[in-house]
Design a protein around this ligand. Sequence first.
Ligand SMILES: [Fe+2]
Ligand SMILES: [Fe+2]
Length: 248
Amino acid sequence: MSLYAIGDLHLHFQSVLKAPGQLHGKVWKKHEEKFMKNCMKTLSAEDTLVLVGDHSWGKNLSECEQDLQYICDLPGRKILTRGNHDMFWDSKKTSALNQLYQPRLTFLQDSYESYQEYALVGTKGFTFEGPFYLDGRGRIMGWDEKAEEHAKKLVDRELQRLRKSFELAKADGYQKFIMFLHYPPTNILEETSPFTDMAEEFGAEQVIYAHCHGESRFYDSIHGEYRGRTYRLVSGDFLRWKPQKILD
Ligand SMILES: [Fe+2]
Ligand SMILES: [Fe+2]
């Protein structure tokens, strides 16, 4: 029995791919076939797979039905968290989604799921991604301060959701945590952030995130051991569609 994660499947069985340029490279060609094959090889019915957002390009639930069916058809228990492109998932209607898809999928939001002695907590997260203003040599000289102000509000809201999830798990007696985000925990300007602080406050052993696509973005945030925790980027194109093992 093992715990795996991946993010950014960006499925589009029913919807038009309107993806930015970096989602059109070779790695994206028939990516859903590659991923299904890798899952069939790696995962068993006893395993758990956490999918950390950007599941589908569909604009609403009816445009996502085949994408979600594909996820249902993957082996093992499937837990989904929200990404910035998941228009089908209104955060206020998470319980309706869970009702619709139980027991096949779990949509995780403002809550936690257990895995052995661990509580799995997850939310979309947020990080300021610019626009940054560069000089002729590509050095950052400034950024859009209005956008940065707005980003702070989104960060605060996501932090509240994350805190609630950790506290629920703690109240139920959990002392070991794995934290899942869609956005990276830090942006290119930061060494730490309110998300790395929260991971440290609650003692999360690992912080799993996605959202960074294309080679130029893979190293925007933290990889590996950092301040006592393990950080892992699990975007599908970074992993070449092989689910990442998180725990045995
Ligand atoms: Fe994405
Ligand atoms: Fe994303």
